[in-house]
Design a protein around this ligand. Sequence first.
Ligand code: PLP
Length: 389
Amino acid sequence: MTATIPYGRQDISDADIQAVVEVLRSDYLTQGPAVPAFEKSIADYCNTQYALAVNSATSALHIACLALGVGPGDSVWTSPITFVASANCALYCGARIDFVDIDPRSYNLSVERLAEKLLQAEQAGLLPKVVIPVHLCGQPCDMAGIHALAQRYGFKIIEDASHAIGGQYRGHPIGNCNYSDITVFSFHPVKIITTGEGGMALTNDAQLAKRMQLLRSHGITREANEMTQASDGPWYYQQIELGFNYRMTDLQAALGISQMHRLDEFIARRHALAERYDNKLAAFPIVTPWQHPDSYSGRHLYVIRLKTDLITKSHREVFEALRAADIGVNVHYIPVYRQPYYENLGFKPGHCPEAEHYYSEAISLPMYPALTEAQQDRVIAALQKAMAI
Ligand SMILES: *Cc1c(COP(=O)(O)O)cnc(C)c1O
């Protein structure tokens, strides 16, 4: 019996464990020094002014939308090829959601489709308030193109960089918000670095940072200059907004700080594995991940597309054969609007044809720093067998 090779998994060192144990022995399990230290390490790494740690990327997306004023009557647009959280955040705010079809090569939100859809929306008076590009697999979207459209049509941008910490766009770190209002990272264990559960919202805008800070902790302030009346005494605080408890703990932040020390190492290893897959799969009847020259991907996922017209097996048969061979492949993602909840909102099959075509062919192969070359060879052999080539 061989153990299943998962599509992704965390990499925890003795130093990571030690860092968490130190917090357990300290005075603060939450709201201590580790959270601000983790925020500083990410802000410094990304060269961004403000970084706010929260308990998940989902929470970060929610407070990012709220900070940008998304509410009933507004529209938010995102990619259909993403995790549901990128779209749900708009619905939490009572806004409408819509989807922009993907680019056939990068599988990211297509700037051409976005430009077309904006033109139509402008005529109908239904322009989006926020667009959420998702850096699928860690590869950055065409941010310069999206930013130029934002200038012209007046929408805000939240980058869903849940897959992309450690990557770069045009030589600069993803997360610097050079082309966006807010960038969000996820630290779920399958992502690039982990805090167990956790997320971060980054921005260079002091007002947005302030609002997100309030929203992550009940809408409560202890700053005298934000209060509506004089303080009753040293114990005093005021709730000035309806916020949430979206805080990260110090246990999580300590793990995050420790993981940050190995971020570049993780990304380099992911690139080495991707290159090895690229070479060994070059003759297979599949499409390997295309990389835009502007991008240095975080390489969170390695997605292949089957050329189903060149093989006798179906997408599902190949997938099932890989799972039967203990290869923990996955599909990222089911187009969000094909989920029953979204179909109940009125979305119909065919809304984004390129995304649906992609979905019918995509398989995520195992990709994580501790994947060995021997394990990778097992994946490749199993794929060859599964495709009957
Ligand atoms: C994982 C993920 C999220 C949600 O992250 P959590 O930290 O689990 O809330 C959002 N968007 C994308 C693209 C993701 O992959």
